[in-house]
Design a protein around this ligand. Sequence first.
Ligand code: FES
Length: 568
Amino acid sequence: MRSDNWFAGQTKDAFVHRAWLRRGIPDDSFDGRPHIAIANTGSDLSPCNSHFDEIAASVKQGIWEAGGVPHNMPSISLGEAQVRPTAMLWRNMAAMATEELLRANPIDGVVLLGGCDKTIPALLMAAASVNIPAIVVPGGPMLNGIFEGRQLGCGTDVFRLSEEVRAGKMSKDKFQRAESSMIRSRGHCNTMGTASTMGIMAEVLGMTIPGIAGTPAADSRLLQASQETGRLIVKMVHDDLKPSQIMVRASFINAIVALAATGGSTNAIVHLLAIAGRLGVPLKLEDFDKHGSNIPLLVNLLPAGKHLMEDLYRAGGLLAVLKEVADLLDSSAITVTGKPLTDYLSDAEIYDESVISRRKAPLQENAGIVVLRGNLAPNGAVIKPAAATKELLKHRGPALVFDSVEDFHNRIDDPNLDVDENTVLVLRGCGPKGYPGMPEVSNMALPPKLLEKGIRDMVRICDGRMSGTAYGTVVLHVAPEAAAGGPLGLIQTGDIIILDVEARKLSVEISDEEMAKRKPSEAMVKSFANPTRGWENLYIKHVMQADLGVDLDFLVGSSGSQVGRESH
Ligand code: FES
């Protein structure tokens, strides 16, 4: 056991390590039993994860039963709806802190408790870099929200309701009443947003007990699976089954297939690229298009459809979806059980075809991520056609450029704004370096005067991200971002933009000569963050672009689980 380096023998150092850890745990806890960390991102300030102590108790129970010794390890938690300027700024910090804690402590394996958007990606990045046996328990979605007899999906319906208020179709009073009906139970957002998506990604990557992803947080079967997870991590330590054996390229390709079939969040792109980078798996932005764009959409969940995660679970869950695309999954990719994910599909069934469609009658034929390139995005940009308006997927229109989020908010409601439904809204300065942290602002709200005309979607382009719960014809993750010298920072209002999703093209009708003469907008440059100390300073100097997963350049790869020097 790795932990023997702390506990074995009769030296003064072993005495210190054992004595301070005892606090009532049995004597034989130090006789070569696996010591398991429970990386617990439960926090009152991450309300989506606030129930994790109960999950941790079930995991602990399982670890004891299987002969291991559990240790609760509070880990950096990021509440997506609370953290400013954006939780993504802190994902790499959370990953780095967890990685270092795992390496520093007498740990043989780890159970990763994540839920709210950034927590599962950060934990997986950490576990990938340390490469000790690891398994995820996804904290699960909240129950369906209901307001005035209608289902409310958190996130997605906030955008819808606020547009209704802005268009004068809903009173502010009613808007406020909807607020308290939306979040009905413990758990993370109940749409196919980033948290739901990353729980699913963790399972398809092989890093959970098969069948657990999407189990509602309030469902007692989650605690049962948590206890089983506790037992399994002890076995994984004995078998020395590590993340690098589970998360191989085939697992990532399976994840891309599942991302498309479930209509998952575009945020999964940067997270999967970052996790792959930690493992040295050669995953490229183009893989999402190549392996995912032709996959049919089978799950009818907000934002692409109408149901919520609780409905997906009762309709058969993730395994029923995967069974429909089983022939597209690589059965060489194993899970934490040591068996391939495809071994768990035979019993899966669809119980409600209004929620999970059959492959022969999908909700959409080609639902995955499309990667766009052109003189506006030389290193790529992405769009999720499943959440877009079909008629806008091929579009030519004049740009209306905003230099920052603040510039956008200051001007978008102006009744004299020169804009119509053909205009392309462009927002820049929102990439990893520019904002910093690449916030979810790409799905810009539409101008009120167009909302009043009944317009509900326009082409929008941004170097930021988009909430997984949002919808619209939004081109995002433009790379390089404006703050890294990308052409997005050089275009001007009135320039003609061409979007052609079928041709994978995003361009601006400006000659190379003209582009070379252009200078970055002064207002945009002024809006860029200019930190001189702390995490932001480190982050801006080292963060990579969206096409590379937005990890820090010095965190790519693995540092391993070598044991540090003794200092007592
Ligand atoms: Fe936590 Fe949506 S705010 S998952």
